[in-house]
Design a protein around this ligand. Structure first.
Ligand code: PLP
Length: 399
């Protein structure tokens, strides 16, 4: 693997030089006022990215999985029923985590390549007249399949069924790269992590908490200690932390939030869309189908490409790493061997994406895929050339 090449895995993502410098900070005493000064500014920034004014945000020293655990244990009790759809490795792993915490998970199985089925969620809620279901769990962007689910539609399903269940959303590979509206969509717990859209190393699990989730917290009986929202929420307003904070992540986050704000969230989303669309044009030119079953489900942060029958997609990933020093994502779970993934989120430009597309093309040519060398690159070049707004690219570079 070369440390000069960008990575094309869907997290952890590339770290811009500016952020690497930002989190290279000396130790400061986290019980001092100086820490509070560094820590407190992250909250308005995080709230504006989650699009919440009503909710609270907390940051745990953990990866995204810790955020899942915090969400579950702070508002639920052992034996509670939660409703979750399974359509990829990440929705699966959140379900597994719930089960290991003694929750009863009512699972809706969906084809991998589909998203959260709002209609089936509504049906399940409508037939739960006793309101045994305490929460609905949705993975916004299923990183294993490159599928984006419609969270507004899931909120409408809850409303249509007049069901009081809380709505928990895994936004680890969408938040800060794709539009996310915590308040408008009525999301009660939103989970994300520092190592994807925020362009930082792993080590910051970010959880948005709605007022309804805050009240549920008072009666929840799942065991929690390290991830207890109450300790965090008691300490944070005065710039305190219940234990040693992830100082470098916090230092980096300040600058990452500033970079996202400077570029402007709508421009960040438009850039992700444009880069993703170039990758999709390349896939079409190669004759490869995406795992996502329809265009409205296409993720803007990761594309999972189905390889032709008879080919093993994991060889694409190992060959790219061995010969060209470039990382792509392997197929996970049900789609292992069948798809490889191109991550295109966080610190990514058209030019970086072109290098990944060109590398994938060389790898497939080396492995005797029935593709025409140059076809994917040409398709992406044509698209980027015609969709690129030079002044925005300039802003990106300045950031
Ligand atoms: C990356 C990711 C996670 C969290 O994984 P960690 O390795 O614990 O950070 C959760 N959900 C999705 C959709 C992800 O992409």
């Amino acid at each position: 693997m070369s440390d000069q090449n960008p990575v094309f895995i869907p997290g952890p993502t590339n770290i811009p030089e500016k952020l690497r410098r930002a989190f290279d900070v000396p130790t400061i005493d986290h019980r001092s006022g100086a820490f509070g000064e560094m820590f407190k500014p992250i909250f308005p920034g995080l709230k504006s990215i989650l699009k919440t004014t009503a909710g609270e945000v907390v940051l745990f020293p953990a990866s995204g999985t810790g955020g899942w655990e915090a969400a579950i244990t702070n508002v639920l009790s052992p034996g509670d029923t939660v409703l979750a759809a399974r359509y990829g490795m990440f929705s699966h792993r959140w379900i597994d985590l719930c089960q290991r915490h003694g929750l009863n998970v009512q699972i809706i199985e969906e084809e991998w390549g589909n998203g959260a089925p709002a209609d089936r969620i509504e049906e399940a809620l409508a037939s739960d007249a006793q309101h045994g279901i305490k929460a609905v769990l949705v993975c916004h962007n299923e990183t294993a399949t490159g599928v984006r689910s419609d969270i507004a539609a899931v909120r409408s399903a809850l409303n249509a069924a007049r069901h009081p269940a809380l709505l928990f959303v895994d936004g680890v590979s969408s938040i800060a790269s794709m539009d996310f509206r915590m308040d408008e969509w009525g999301v009660d717990l939103a989970v994300t992590g520092s190592q994807k859209g925020f362009m930082l190393p792993a080590g910051g699990a970010i959880v948005g908490i709605s007022p309804r989730a805050l009240s549920a917290m008072e009666t929840a009986r799942c065991t929690r200690c390290y991830f207890d929202f109450r300790d965090m929420l008691a300490a944070n307003p005065d710039g305190g932390y219940p234990y040693t904070p992830p100082l470098n992540i916090i230092a980096g986050l300040n600058v990452s939030l500033q970079m996202l704000q400077d570029e402007g969230l709508p421009n960040v989303f438009a850039r992700h869309h444009r880069i993703a669309e170039g990758v999709r044009r390349a896939a079409a030119a190669w004759g490869l189908k995406l795992c996502a079953s329809s265009p409205r489900l296409y993720s803007e942060t990761v594309s999972a490409l189905r390889v032709p029958a008879g080919f093993d997609s994991s060889k694409v990933v190992s060959h790219a790493a061995d010969k060209y020093g470039v990382a792509f994502g392997v197929g996970l779970g049900d789609v292992a061997g069948k798809v490889f993934r191109i991550g295109h989120l966080g610190s990514m430009t058209d030019v970086m994406a072109l290098s990944g597309i060109a590398t994938a093309e060389m790898v497939m040519a080396d492995l005797d895929y029935p593709i025409t060398i140059g076809s994917g690159v040409a398709a992406a070049q044509e698209y980027y050339r015609n969709s690129c707004n030079a002044s925005k690219v300039g802003t990106q570079r300045a950031a």
